[in-house]
Design a protein around this ligand. Structure first.
Ligand code: XIL
Length: 392
């Protein structure tokens, strides 16, 4: 037990800063040595030593957690090294494109009357054959709507389109899916509505009840699935993120007060490797408020962009790994957090190559594995966070 008695950074700080709680001399010595490392520590010198040989899936599962990744069908079906890495490291698979209305080359909704499940079914079968949980992203979003949507959907028929989509798609995977991002990114403060709702076609055609309707339809179509509200910009100690956290909390409180079957908050966690604004205590307090609503919490799209970090890969990897460890150390301290999903697994396949390319055009390095599927410091940081997390 003593060999595995690893203190995480926050425990060390609590022990070091508070009065000793009767810890033994050994733990005190370990505390002091770790605290000395932390006090002299910055993200350029922190080591990310891990113990044991467990994969991320195994280290997460050992604490009652799930680790997974979002992957695209074209990459998973063509790159055997990626497929092997997903099968080895992940306990959950999320189609990055294939369960949106229309993303990538094989749109789920090619036209107003039809559904093309081929790509998503191939991924569901991959998950099933490798004992991975399968997760759906996303049923209702303002983005990735097919070209025909704006010509075919209107105020009179929007509820019919929403109902048919959710019944068909959720029904197709009923009983085979861990959770659904039922509604994605419905809050946008810059749209300056008093309810902070994003101005989307769904809001325009159905009014503010579209969110509750979507959750109720999904719950009927698959009573077993965990139903998730998913959003971003909930992470940092900035006025923008604080306002977003409050708006999302208000939405969740309103939904819960109406008895809406929302079971979890999905926090996308698209982090910035150069950010100095992460405040673990404030983030942890927000998670406690969400958990206080009786909701689970999933970290759903984690990655760390490095577009503003130095070119040197080692320096970037140190900063990125520090961001992963600091964020997950705080997040996993909240036992309502049950899942960590990275938005991709390997730097070879990340949306950030297009969405946040580096000015110097060097390949971005946001994910746990490099472009050759080798473990990076980020992998070790995530592994350490799982190892230090309290048991669920
Ligand atoms: C992104 C995909 O990764 C990109 O390939 C696509 O071009 C745009 O969408 N938040 C979400 C995800 O909920 O669905 C987005 O995925 C990233 C931001």
């Amino acid at each position: 037990m003593a060999d595995n008695f690893l203190l995480n950074r926050r425990d060390v700080l609590k022990l070091g800063l508070g009065t000793l709680t009767g810890m033994g001399a050994v733990a005190f010595a370990k505390n002091v040595s770790l605290q000395q490392q932390i006090q002299s520590d910055d993200h350029l010198t922190r080591n990310f030593n891990t113990s044991g040989k467990g994969t991320l899936k195994e280290r997460a599962a050992a604490k009652g957690l799930i680790y997974g990744a979002a992957i695209r069908y074209p990459d998973l079906s063509s790159d055997s090294l990626l497929a092997a890495a997903v099968a080895k490291e992940c306990g959950m698979l999320v189609p990055e494109w294939e369960l949106k209305w229309s993303a990538g080359k094989q749109a789920l909704r090619p036209n107003k009357d039809n559904f093309d499940f081929r790509a998503a079914d191939w991924m569901a079968n991959f998950a099933n054959s490798h004992n991975l949980l399968f997760r759906g992203h996303t049923l209702v979003w303002h983005d990735s709507l097919p070209p025909w949507f704006k010509y075919e959907v209107n105020r009179q028929n929007a509820e019919l389109f929403l109902t048919k989509h959710i019944n068909k798609v959720v029904g197709h995977y009923a009983g085979r899916i861990h959770s659904w991002d039922v509604v994605n990114e419905a809050i946008a403060l810059w749209d300056k509505r008093s309810d902070n709702f994003r101005k989307t076609p769904w809001l325009e055609y159905l009014g503010t009840d579209y969110i509750e309707l979507a959750f109720r339809l999904a719950a009927i179509a698959d009573p077993k699935a965990l139903l998730v509200y998913n959003d971003y910009d909930l992470d940092y100690d900035t006025s923008k993120h604080e306002a977003k956290r409050n708006a999302v909390l208000n939405l969740l409180q309103r939904l819960k007060s109406k008895g809406t079957p929302v079971h979890a908050l999905g926090i996308q966690a698209h982090l910035s490797g150069d950010s100095k604004s992460f405040n673990a205590q404030k983030f942890r307090a927000f998670l406690g408020q969400v958990a206080g609503l009786g909701l689970k919490i999933m970290i759903t799209e984690m990655d760390v962009k490095d577009d503003k970090l130095p070119k040197d890969p080692q320096k970037r990897d140190q900063a990125i790994a520090s961001a992963y460890e600091d964020y997950l150390s705080a997040a996993l301290d909240e036992k309502a957090v049950n899942t960590v999903i990275t938005w991709g697994l390997s730097d070879k396949y990340t949306w950030l190559s297009e969405f946040k390319p580096r000015p110097d055009r060097s390949p971005v390095r946001p994910l746990p594995l490099d472009d050759k599927m080798q473990q990076k410091l980020a992998w070790r940081a995530i592994a350490r966070a799982f190892d230090h997390a309290p048991q669920r």
